[in-house]
Design a protein around this ligand. Sequence first.
Ligand SMILES: [Zn+2]
Ligand SMILES: [Zn+2]
Length: 418
Amino acid sequence: MDLSIEQTCPSCGAPIELHEADRLIKCPFCDVGNYLVSAGVSRFVLPDKAPECIAREDMIYAPYLRFKGNIFSCRGKQVDHRVIDTTHQGMDIPTLPLSLGLRPQAMKVLPVTDTIAGRFFKQVEKVATILTKATDMAALFSSDEAVGALYHRAFIGETISCIYLPLYLQDGTLYDAVLNRPLGKGDAVALLMQEAMRYNPAWTPRFLATICPHCAGTLAGEHDSLVLSCTNCESLWAEKEGAFHPVNWRILRSEQEGDNHLYLPFWKIRPAVTGLQLASFGDFLRLTNQPVVVKREHDALDLCFWVPAFKIRPNLFLNLAKSMTISQARIGEGASEMAKTMYPVTLPSSEAVQSLKTILANITMDKRHFLPQLPAIDVQAQQTELVYLPFASSGHDLVQEQTTVSIASNVLQFGRSL
Ligand SMILES: [Zn+2]
Ligand SMILES: [Zn+2]
């Protein structure tokens, strides 16, 4: 489930409702676009209903870490995947609930800003703890066949956020301020209060003006786009470390009459592989043991991975990366000219690179012998390019023109909330 966030417009202060994955805030009141800079862990607070006799500066906020994303595991002789969404106490106070349960999904959360006068408990648990917790959950749900030695694990498309539970002390009792319910004696909490801190200015969310760094045109995109476009100079931009950087991109236009295709983005990644001979497409076909005759032209072609640049369910993600990578010899060059229907990029290239080993393991036919080699193999990106490919709608499916690879049309809509 997606978090619903009550944000204020960075330009005019009007209230705007956002979803967790939203990056581009288009304000309906002042019409100004602002792009949210990615800054590690996002901080939110659950809205409270504390009684008026509790001064706002006496409020206490307890951190909970939330993990939401896909976990891929290469274990035994199979590649396994799970979608995990979990919260866990970011400290160790037995009086407090261990998890927030469904609460973050049932109510709008507020971004942590300097308007919060209370004190925040220190987050003691490291982010690694929530990752371990998430992987434990993934293992718990695994099928029996998946049990075996773990050779590789990857977190793909994950968001890690810190959600604060508001609390207050009244007559020595600790209260949950969301429900106004007593949690227990406040002794342990009173001690911890000495270490609690006020709002940290470093937590303030940062925004970028949506102006093209090249021509000063307006950058456009969907609310959850990680890549913004300037139609004025036909350039694409992605935020990194608080600034927009140009994206190396191409589009392969449809050759059919009356182009009404949907252009889906893929990260085309030329890998740098160590621990394995995997430079050409021919090497790849032999290694993964594809049922094709490896020809001279296959050996002359550099291997590239084709990874969906948008979020979809993990099994579909692996399948699509597999069929596109196997069919790469049929995909032409294309050019950098924009089409009207370019689907938003919602998976960053860094995440795509992290998925390469899992994608390779999933494509390989003989997993029993290949998976144990994974710890000694390293796959990095040598060259990354964003390529948009035309998909035509045929009933319930979207069919890629050059490769005839197809996906169900409804999986795209579903992926937007992952
Ligand atoms: Zn505004
Ligand atoms: Zn421009």
